[in-house]
Design a binder for this molecule. Structure first.
Ligand SMILES: NC(=O)c1ccc[n+]([C@@H]2O[C@H](COP(=O)([O-])OP(=O)(O)OC[C@H]3O[C@@H](n4cnc5c(N)ncnc54)[C@H](O)[C@@H]3O)[C@@H](O)[C@H]2O)c1
Length: 298
């Protein structure tokens, strides 16, 4: 049974995860290699709780611990939420395993690096898996539970049960493919979106208008394969015969995307990406997304 949870990395996802587990009544121990990030964690979680209209008594279940070994030693579950760098995660899991209880479940919150690669230096691979949460994890219910080649079915089962008891919606990803399920779907769409702009079919604003005001408006209640069944697999087949050969199928990032990054056009961060963004537009869009998620999931 999982009672105590350790979180490594107290950034955006680590703070959200601490809130989720503490809200579920668990004892949470957190650590971070940057003292300021660790020192501000409880305050950030208290602010998040306030924004959700919840009392900050939940924060009392969270303990900030300076040393990694002390953080993981007595936890039944250890979740890593450090930056998306393979070597960093590999070394960290070697260190985590050396200090954790032999029965502890070791989980990475990577957005898409195969779990088998991240756990390369771990000995008890049957206890290691991926749990891909979506931001913000205290609002979005879905968690992809990724089974690497050597993850035991019992470990998957224990994690799925734990997440269901927390009120989450875990899904079992049975093969350890890059990007898992959600990010593969998202980025297949983004590749085509970028390609359409690159080919001059339409501008970036039109892409977003089309997505938000047509199929995107249905997506929350009608998944892509439900939609295929709704219109009929026969019609789906006819459409695929017509368009698949013409869709973008490049195996490398688009030259347009590369050029934007090379020019320092990094999106919201630099006020210019595929589109230009004023401070006001950025604030409005961020709060529109947050309000939409709150309305959908609380
Ligand atoms: N941001 C998202 O929307 C999102 C969603 C799903 C998954 N993820 C994944 O979650 C992970 C964390 O992402 P994030 O957005 O929270 O990043 P972040 O940069 O906000 O936080 C990472 C934290 O890890 C700390 N850290 C770095 N090296 C460390 C070490 N050796 N030991 C302990 N702490 C260390 C940093 O100081 C920082 O506080 C990444 O793998 C990311 O791909 C992110």
């Amino acid at each position: 049974m999982i009672r105590r949870v350790a979180i490594i990395g107290t950034g955006l996802m680590g703070a959200g995860l601490a809130l989720v587990f503490a809200s579920g009544g668990h004892e949470v121990r957190v650590t971070d290699s940057v003292p300021k990030s660790l020192a501000t964690l409880k305050e950030r979680v208290a602010d998040l709780l306030k924004s959700l209209g919840k009392g900050d008594d939940i924060v009392a279940r969270i303990t900030a611990v300076p040393k990694l070994a002390d953080t993981v030693a007595e936890s039944e579950l250890v979740i890593e939420a450090v930056p998306e760098k393979l070597e960093l995660k590999q070394k960290l899991f070697e260190e985590i395993e050396a200090a954790a209880h032999p029965d502890a479940i070791l989980a990475s919150n990577t957005s898409g690096i195969p779990i088998g690669r991240i756990m390369a230096l771990v000995k008890r691979k049957e206890r290691a898996l991926g749990t891909h949460w979506w931001n913000p994890p205290y609002l979005v219910p879905l968690v992809e539970v990724i089974q690497a080649e050597q993850t035991s079915p019992a470990t998957i089962e224990a994690m799925m049960k734990f997440l269901k008891e927390l009120g989450k919606l875990p899904v079992h990803v049975k093969k350890d493919v890059p990007g898992f399920v959600g990010n593969r779907l998202q980025h297949a769409l983004w590749r085509e979106a970028i390609s359409l702009v690159e080919k001059g079919v339409c501008d970036a604003e039109t892409i977003d208008l089309v997505a938000k005001n047509s199929f995107g408006a249905r997506l929350a209640v009608l998944g892509p394969l439900e939609n295929a069944d709704l219109v009929g697999t026969d019609l789906t087949l006819d459409i695929h015969k017509l368009v698949l050969a013409d869709l973008e199928d490049s195996h490398a990032p688009s030259p347009l995307l590369q050029a934007l990054v090379d020019a320092g056009k990094l999106g919201f961060k630099s006020h210019q990406g595929f589109r230009h963004w004023t401070d006001h537009e950025i604030t409005v869009l961020r709060s529109t997304v947050a309000n939409h998620l709150k309305k959908s999931f609380t």
